[in-house]
Design a protein around this ligand. Sequence first.
Ligand SMILES: Nc1ncnc2c1ncn2[C@@H]1O[C@H](COP(=O)(O)OP(=O)(O)OP(=O)(O)O)[C@@H](O)[C@H]1O
Ligand SMILES: [Mg+2]
Length: 233
Amino acid sequence: MLKIENLRAGYGAINVLWDVSLNIEKGKLTTIIGPNGAGKTTLLRAIMGLLPASAGQIILDNKILNGTPTWKMGDTGVTMIPEGRMVFRDMSVEENLIMGVFGLAHRAHCKARLEQAWAMFPRLHERRRQLAGSLSGGEAQMLAMARGLMSDPSLLIIDEPSLGLAPLVVNELFTILERLKDGTRTIILVEQNTARAVGVADHVYLLQSGKVALSQPASEVNLEHLHALYFAR
Ligand SMILES: Nc1ncnc2c1ncn2[C@@H]1O[C@H](COP(=O)(O)OP(=O)(O)OP(=O)(O)O)[C@@H](O)[C@H]1O
Ligand SMILES: [Mg+2]
């Protein structure tokens, strides 16, 4: 579904990604793990058009994505849930969700998608009139996930959803990720919680200093070996 070939990207004169190649299979959950600063978020930004690629190709369903502006990405069926939740703090929970169907193509589905969101995240329904800025970290992450789902993306990209959350909330989050794996939706999950990420994934990539250090089906991953690579310098 999404193919990345020899991608290079970075910030001005500083290059971060060095010839990164990935193959993201349709209907599967692919996790990209790696230590702080490995370039995971940079990779996602390059996919979303927030950063230009200085070399290589990003191909979505056989079409070259390089150069597509971020505001057009919604039309391609790709949605990213960024690192750090980024909810609209001064808007209610419901208004935040409505922002998720801002694209013209999606507006007609607003009511039905809201119903789906309430069904999947009942606690958000209870708090639908509450300002998003007053939610707990876990609730804000659920809201960011629910907002991302409002456009019913065919490719959902999630950057470090479990960061800073209590263990019980992390459990809840991974239960939701399991439910999102319905065979039709393609998911890219960036995580630092390696054991949990490998547990939920179909395929695992380890990114190390801007390069792919490992690519393996999740069922074949040996966590000890993975951790040894992860902490190698
Ligand atoms: N806006 C920026 N300008 C310059 N350098 C940046 C910028 N954002 C990130 N970097 C650098 O790019 C490298 C990769 O950062 P990136 O955020 O992609 O890592 P990451 O794998 O997502 O890490 P983390 O797990 O901490 O989120 C780091 O060395 C970082 O300092
Ligand atoms: Mg990051």
